[in-house]
Design a binder for this molecule. Structure first.
Ligand SMILES: Cc1cc2nc3c(=O)[nH]c(=O)nc-3n(C[C@H](O)[C@H](O)[C@H](O)COP(=O)(O)OP(=O)(O)OC[C@H]3O[C@@H](n4cnc5c(N)ncnc54)[C@H](O)[C@@H]3O)c2cc1C
Length: 304
């Protein structure tokens, strides 16, 4: 019996309309690769999610999913439960002169555009991050000098027993693309974010930032953004390019010719091709520069 069989049988009829079984994760990741999730739950709202979580046995793995823009799910898929935040947690409000309440499923691009309308900033950097607020909190996503956690006042979380917590930012340690949480098995449902008055912020700035990205990154192709974090004092892209790896290919996956820290799925690459290329790049860079690159992309699931 598979680990998730017990979970499947424990899911009550009230949740069934929002549960999908053996859901292909290739449909939910920006790399368009990845095997099936045993159980994929799209909650209606936080009360619905809290009651669902109470039915999930304590030893069942749970993965929260935003827009899957920083996720490599292996071809054997995910045992346990995936919680999809998009669609359920979409509230975005200005709650004071300079603070904003954003739920986890809000797209970063929407947050950027709305802050500009409110005359708040700097939030333009969120515009080019193709994920959700929940994913940005988990990753401390950032761009062009801006970082998510610089703006966090407090977060609301749910734990695996469906209990809600409110935690000040001071309880978290956020560094470059990494966040240490005060408790295991708690996930973000919302954040209160602080910005400054920025009456000069305007949509033209967002357009300019997006144009800068388009000029240097393979936007529009299937990728997860930067595959590796930059090592201290250097750039992963520079090391990869200097090792002669632009264009290196496994199956239908290749290192982008435009930006060496991007790996592209040209259409039919599977997760094993993508992960194989990640390892190939790590080894080649280590051989030529003595630096072991570590991944920014989160790699999860079982090999096929
Ligand atoms: C073209 C492209 C450009 C990119 N550019 C940038 C960039 O400039 N800067 C940057 O930082 N990133 C960038 N990324 C990577 C990615 O967009 C960010 O890491 C983003 O924050 C991920 O958000 P997501 O909603 O897609 O998260 P997902 O990929 O769905 O999940 C990522 C991780 O966060 C966890 N997670 C998701 N939601 C929650 C939640 N509510 N609570 C707890 N954990 C959660 C997941 O379990 C997973 O471990 C880029 C990606 C692409 C494809």
């Amino acid at each position: 019996m598979q680990l998730s069989d017990g979970v499947k049988s424990s899911i009550g009829p009230a949740f069934q309309p929002r549960v999908r079984y053996d859901e292909p994760m290739s449909a939910h990741t920006s790399w368009h690769a990845g095997g099936p999730a045993d159980i994929y739950f799209s909650p209606r709202d936080r009360a619905d999610l809290a009651s669902f979580l109470r039915t999930v046995p304590a030893d069942t793995p749970i993965l929260w999913l935003g827009l899957g823009s920083n996720l490599l799910v292996r071809d054997g898929g995910l045992r346990g439960v995936v919680i999809a935040t998009q669609g359920a947690f979409e509230r975005l409000e200005r709650v004071s002169e300079t603070s904003v309440y954003a739920e986890a499923g809000v797209a970063c691009g929407r947050l950027a555009r709305q802050c500009i309308k409110w005359g708040l900033g700097p939030a333009e950097f969120f515009a080019g991050i193709p994920g959700t607020v929940g994913g940005a909190l988990a990753m401390n996503a950032g761009a062009f000098g801006g970082e998510t956690w610089t703006h966090v006042l407090e977060v609301e979380t749910l734990d695996r027993r469906g209990r809600q917590h409110t935690r000040p930012a001071a309880e978290y340690v956020a560094t470059y693309r990494h966040v240490s949480a005060p408790a295991a098995d708690e996930w973000f449902i919302a954040a209160r974010l602080s910005f400054e008055h920025s009456p000069e912020a305007n949509p033209a700035e967002v357009k300019a930032l997006l144009a800068r990205r388009k000029a240097s990154q393979p936007i529009g192709e299937w990728s997860c953004g930067s595959v590796f974090v930059n090592p201290p004092g250097d750039h992963a892209a520079r090391l990869i390019e200097a090792a002669g790896l632009k264009g290196a290919r496994i199956g239908d996956a290749s290192v982008s010719m435009k930006h060496a820290n991007f790996i592209i799925n040209h259409g039919t690459a599977c997760a094993a091709d993508l992960e194989g290329l990640i390892h190939y790049v790590q080894e080649a860079v280590e051989r030529s520069h003595g630096v072991r690159l570590t991944t920014e992309v989160r790699i999860v699931g079982e090999v096929a």
